[in-house]
Design a protein around this ligand. Structure first.
Ligand code: TRH
Length: 428
């Protein structure tokens, strides 16, 4: 079953746990639309299928630059390379993957990217029909469980595609979680030395004292950030802000009146001390979440990692046309905030919505009088202001809930394991 012409490196299984399905060959196709989430999810899944399930994985990706940001071992010049026992193919044009015509047992098209037509035709010719999965974007909405694993016959070829839906609840594909993740977090939390080493390498100094609230900020450009920085500056207790270099860095630079706010930047104003951090290799991002008391995350993969970090978080969802993302934000809140008491639940919803620019929600919830007023007078609505004091008073409740939620989420199962199990049932 394995790909016949694999580089020898991929056939080595020293690092992998050999399992019953160790000979399954899998091709993952990833077209990078924007940012890091597409490749972030595919890279995580590829590694997991190799190292936890013993599969042979080729990852076709069309943007090696984006990939290299979270995996510095990627060589931009190489068409084919083996990294951590995953064969990485630079998918340079739609037909490229068809050249080799080595069709895998399991073919995953990520996020509805289109398979090369020659590859698709060869899939139909293969003696043993491959298992074909479309890995969808994560949504916490209820309909996801109904559509998860629905088959869809190809209109021309005798091929069946199944839709694999990640989700936060039972009956969905779950979300990615490596087997050793909880143990790695526990080890970091237990070890004062590991934490001190992390702070030294990330910020050049020791960890802050226990009275400080440590906040990581991974975000898109956001008009609400200035108001939040001002509130942190005026906070009665110290705030230490950790900002990985990226789309929000310009706002920090403007706020502190400096040229840029990239790695190694450090600035203070009032109670707020902010550090610019280097964008790390993907595994390194988890430690930032573990080192913080509160995490601002975005998109898909960091949103999931924040949940496994079992700490309070604020989600900036990937914005879509016509506010199509807002029901998804509410669906996530419904799961995550389900068992919170009314006051913290409402404060959480207000804050998340304000951070996502949704003044309507803040007005409905009665927290943003400026927004309510302009609604009545039909003047253009000012950007909603996230109310830090309103949110921060509930941090202990959010912390307790975050810990319980990580346990609940685990019940949906790990996406990599769920996907491997399903594929095996189809390969029989
Ligand atoms: O980069 P994103 O905004 O990606 C988004 C989402 O996936 C969205 O759903 C999708 O539609 C859009 O892209 C096209 O956010 P996300 O999903 O959190 O991905 C960020 C990745 O970057 C994640 O795998 C973690 C990783 N990362 C690092 O490797 N190092 C770092 O220092 C940081 C901050 C992140």
């Amino acid at each position: 079953m394995p790909h016949s012409k694999r580089p020898a490196a991929t056939r080595k299984r020293d690092a992998a746990q050999p399992t019953a399905d160790s000979r399954i060959a899998c091709d993952i196709f990833c077209a990078v639309i924007d940012n890091f989430g597409d490749i972030g999810v595919c890279w995580r899944l590829a590694r997991q299928l190799v190292h936890e399930h013993g599969w042979e994985v080729r990852l076709f990706v069309d943007d090696l630059h984006a990939f290299q940001r979270l995996c510095p071992a990627i060589d931009l010049e190489r068409a084919t390379q083996s990294v951590e026992d995953v064969v990485v193919e630079h998918w340079h044009e739609p037909e490229h993957a068809g050249e080799t015509l080595q069709i895998a047992d399991v073919v995953i098209e990520a996020f509805a990217c289109e398979l090369p037509s020659a590859y698709l035709a060869a899939m139909a010719q293969r003696e043993r029909t491959p298992v074909w999965l479309n890995l969808e974007y994560l949504s916490a909405e209820d309909w996801v469980a109904d559509f998860h694993l629905r088959p869809s016959p190809h209109p021309r070829y005798p091929l069946l595609k199944h839709f694999f839906f990640p989700g936060l609840g039972p009956g969905t594909g779950g979300v990615l979680k490596e087997r050793e993740l909880d143990a790695a977090r526990a080890a970091f939390e237990r070890s004062a030395d590991a934490r001190a080493a992390w702070w030294q390498s990330a910020t050049g100094g020791p960890p802050p004292g226990p009275d400080a609230t440590v906040i990581s900020l991974f975000a898109y450009e956001n008009p609400a950030v200035d108001a939040l920085l001002e509130q942190w500056q005026d906070s009665p207790t110290p705030i230490v802000l950790l900002v990985p270099q990226g789309r929000i860095s310009g706002a920090l630079a403007r706020y502190f009146g400096v040229q840029s706010f990239d790695a190694h930047a450090c600035a203070e104003r009032g109670s707020l001390r902010a550090h610019g951090l280097a964008f790390t290799e993907q595994r390194g991002y988890d430690a930032l979440l573990w080192a913080s008391d509160l995490n601002f995350v975005r998109g898909e993969d960091s949103f999931v990692r924040a949940q496994w970090a079992a700490r309070p978080f604020v989600w900036q969802i990937y914005p879509q046309a016509d506010d199509a993302h807002l029901p998804k934000l509410d669906a996530a809140l419904e799961h995550y905030a389900r068992t919170l008491a009314e006051a913290p639940r409402n404060a959480l919803a207000r804050f998340w919505h304000a951070w996502n620019g949704n003044g309507d929600h803040a007005a409905t919830a009665g927290s943003n009088s400026a927004a309510s007023l302009s609604h009545e007078t039909s003047a253009p609505m000012p950007p909603p202001v996230p109310d830090w004091r309103d949110f921060a008073q509930h941090l202990p409740a959010f912390k307790t809930r975050a810990q319980a939620w990580a346990g609940e989420l685990a019940q949906a199962g790990d996406l990599g394991g769920n996907l491997a199990e399903f594929a095996k049932t189809q390969l029989k």
